[in-house]
Design a protein around this ligand. Structure first.
Ligand SMILES: [Zn+2]
Length: 349
């Protein structure tokens, strides 16, 4: 077995060594020694531990590395207020998603017409210019981005909606050698929040991935997202004398929250910071925060479920075999990696 994988699988379940030991009738010291690599678990212990952790015994021998979050995520202000335990859980869960996406991607040609480039915000003249260059490189039309999920998937990105079990993390993006760029977004986000969060993470991926941490990374990712979703030259006219009524009218067209439109108006100097605050307070009073009225259509990722379907249909894997490749029980595989429609059909049967 690989001690790193045991630690990661335990972290992913949010269990301490003692809790895992107690649940499996194994002394904490044995778990500890197995994780230190000083004494492996017996075959029987390994089986009980794997079952409790919801993984196969195979997975506990995977040779993969477990990575920390990239430098970009490091500065997420909200994450810093998370407990160490929650951070470890989420880090382990994202690592397993990455390892599984990597295994699924092997042997499947993903037809990506674009790529996600690296552009240095200092060299380019700021995050807004980076957003403009990316929009040009991706041949995005003037005005709103029709579908952020499709745009990222067309550039080879893989997007997974995941329940982080906390509202404090919106998304984590990771890009390691040999794996496609992976965006894990909180499944509790509203559709318009998801669009903004993905644009923000895209900004990190383009500007900060693989770079040393920088203090202004969060601010830069937000500025990138603002220009990417609402280019100044296209949106400025719409934002003139914006109020809530106007924001509500613009929302279905721009497919961003009323709050984002109001903030954008402030950033572009169209309204004053004071006016922005009072509109924000008014929205709060009406109960429009954090869940706004007039939700935009949800954008569902399709690349990962398509890859799974290729394995099932063309490579003739059974769901059991594919679950085994991913080191997880069949039920969890069906739940996490096949489409909702598939799940509904299953439930009816
Ligand atoms: Zn960020």
């Amino acid at each position: 077995m690989n001690p790193r994988m045991l630690t990661a699988a335990r972290d992913a379940q949010g269990l301490t060594q003692k809790e895992l030991g107690d649940a499996c009738g194994i002394a904490q010291s044995s778990i500890s020694k197995a994780e230190n690599g000083t004494r492996p678990l017996t075959e029987d212990e390994l089986k009980r531990v794997a079952e409790r952790l919801g993984v196969t015994t195979d997975l506990l021998s995977w040779p993969d590395d477990v990575y920390g979050f990239g430098s970009a995520s490091f500065f997420h202000r909200k994450q810093q207020s998370l407990s160490q335990k929650t951070l470890r859980r989420i880090q382990a869960q994202v690592n397993f998603l990455r390892m599984r996406v990597q295994r699924l991607s092997q042997g499947v040609e993903v037809d990506a017409s674009m790529t996600i480039p690296h552009l240095d915000p200092d060299g380019a003249g700021g995050p807004e210019e980076v957003a403009r260059r990316l929009r040009a490189a991706w041949r995005l039309p003037i005005g709103p981005v029709g579908n952020v999920v499709n745009a990222i998937e067309n550039a080879g990105g893989v997007i997974v909606r995941h329940d982080f079990e906390t509202h404090r993390i919106n998304a984590i993006s990771v890009w390691h050698p040999g794996s496609p760029p992976l965006f894990v977004v909180n499944s509790t986000l509203t559709p318009e929040q998801q669009r903004f969060v993905l644009a923000h993470e895209l900004g990190h991926m383009v500007m900060h991935e693989g770079e040393p941490p920088r203090e202004e990374a969060e601010r830069e990712a937000d500025r990138f997202a603002g220009e990417f979703l609402m280019p100044a030259t296209d949106v400025a006219g719409d934002l003139r004398s914006i109020d809530l009524k106007k924001a509500a009218a613009l929302k279905p067209y721009w497919k961003v929250s009323m709050q984002s439109l109001i903030l954008r108006a402030e950033h572009l100097g169209i309204i004053s910071p004071g006016r922005c605050r009072s509109l924000h307070a008014y929205m709060n009073k009406l109960g429009y925060l954090p869940i706004e009225p007039l939700p935009v259509p949800r954008e569902d990722p399709t690349v990962l479920t398509d890859i799974v379907q290729v394995h099932l249909d063309e490579h003739e894997y059974t769901p059991d075999e594919l679950a085994k490749v991913l080191g997880m029980p069949r039920s969890q595989f069906i739940n996490e990696f096949t489409t909702k429609r598939h799940r509904t059909l299953k439930a009816v049967n």
